[in-house]
Write a protein that binds this ligand. Structure first.
Ligand code: ADP
Ligand code: MG
Length: 274
């Protein structure tokens, strides 16, 4: 039943948008938990010096000794830094030290490839790796995009939220040209969506007209349940198991698994999970 696990390397997704507050971290935590529920082996990478993902999965960033920062600087192998989480996925945690990492990386040869090389060491232990990028287009996000097979762009459905998308897509094109020719844009993930207003829907139509990107369905509705989750150290997949938000992320997780199974099918190396 788990023959699709014969794939040797994990499928790596960067979740990126230089705008803050668009649900990057929430999407990484929720998709990760949903993929775990499906029986996938999942690694989450916190690339944000704010360490919100690390905190929201129940770890105290101030009490963590070894973090992704040591991995990016080549001091530690990722296996030594990994932590398990209650939600199921493993995590490469961040601490505020990651803020200083940017400057050190910038002076190094091969600085864009630090995360890609680290993941190459452990990628065969996972089916999926999800990278939570910081709200900038700096060297950390470039590391995320360079390490990824695909990028998912969470987008808050409100006026002018599209304005950053063009700039992010330019960065994706630079990465494709310079460090990762195989990087694909999986699509825009509509978040904080309010279906009651025509406005939210209009933003989605506008995005698909403006850019050549897929708008991933279903949108993630705005819900107070999301705000409650991070304090508990668990994602909405457990804090509000049956909520529409949890179900929406489950449906995106199933789509990722199905795409992986379909992609591998011709070689006979993968079959459907289940
Ligand atoms: P980012 O990582 O892009 O900065 P976060 O994932 O931290 O964004 O989300 C920003 C805020 O929005 C957080 O307080 C989070 O709990 C909240 N949030 C995320 N998704 C939703 C949603 N669907 N409905 C309501 N609040 C949400
Ligand atoms: Mg975040």
């Amino acid at each position: 039943a788990d023959a699709w696990r014969l794939i040797c390397m994990a499928r790596v997704f960067a979740v990126a948008n230089q705008k803050g507050g668009v649900a990057k971290t929430t999407s990484v935590a929720s998709l990760g938990a949903a993929l775990s529920e499906l029986g996938c082996r999942v690694l989450l990478v916190d690339l944000d010096p704010q360490a919100c993902l690390t905190f929201s999965l129940g770890l105290d960033p101030d009490a963590i000794e070894l973090s992704v920062h040591d991995v990016l600087l080549g001091r530690l192998s990722p296996g030594l830094v990994l932590r398990g989480t209650e939600d199921g996925p493993d995590l490469l945690p961040a601490t505020i030290e990651l803020a200083g990492c940017e400057a050190v990386l910038l002076s190094r040869t091969g600085r864009e490839h630090a995360l890609r090389l680290a993941l190459a060491e452990i990628g065969d232990s996972y089916d999926f790796v999800l990278i939570d990028c910081p709200p900038s287009l700096g060297i950390l996000t470039i590391n995320g995009l360079t390490a990824a097979d695909e990028v998912i762009i969470p987008l808050q459905c409100e006026t002018l939220s599209h304005r950053g998308v063009g700039q992010l897509l330019d960065t994706v094109h630079d990465v494709q040209r310079l460090t990762n020719a195989d990087l694909r844009v999986r699509g825009v993930l509509p978040t904080l969506f309010d279906a009651r207003t025509a406005h939210g829907r209009a933003v989605l139509v506008d995005i698909s007209a403006r850019y050549v990107v897929t708008v991933l369905q279903p949108p993630i509705a705005r819900s107070v349940r999301f705000a409650e989750a991070p304090g508990s150290g668990r994602s909405i997949l457990t804090t509000a198991r049956r909520s529409r938000g949890a179900e929406a992320y489950r449906s995106h997780a199933r789509a990722l698994v199905e795409a992986e199974s379909a992609a591998g099918a011709p070689q006979g190396a993968r079959s459907r999970p289940g």
